[in-house]
Design a protein around this ligand. Sequence first.
Ligand SMILES: [Zn+2]
Length: 126
Amino acid sequence: MVKTLTEVEVINSDTLTGVFEDTYNGVACIKLTFEQNEPKYMDCRRKEFKEKYVIAQNLVGEVVKVFAWDPDNEPGKWSSRNWFADLFPITIKKKSCKVCGISDNLLTYSDDFGKSWMHYSCKFPK
Ligand SMILES: [Zn+2]
């Protein structure tokens, strides 16, 4: 059986105040701190942790949305224990598309960790 994961929103909107290396439940991890929410953690053994660490450092001071992924058959397994899998800025000024110059809310692709943005369809034309 293929194990699937459900994305769970664990923070709807909060200011990211810091990014640290720490240990949580005895494992090395990234610790994110927030203005109003409890800290969230990502296990450093996850292959994407370095990328998320850099992304998070660039988002300190921004209002973000945070997601965890729970196995379909075990709701809350990770999300209820303050683990996180991903975070997205919701207030950052994305300016305009690096390719076509248009500024709208469809700028979803960044290859420099959120410093500049492109339309997915501009970055990967069909
Ligand atoms: Zn574009």
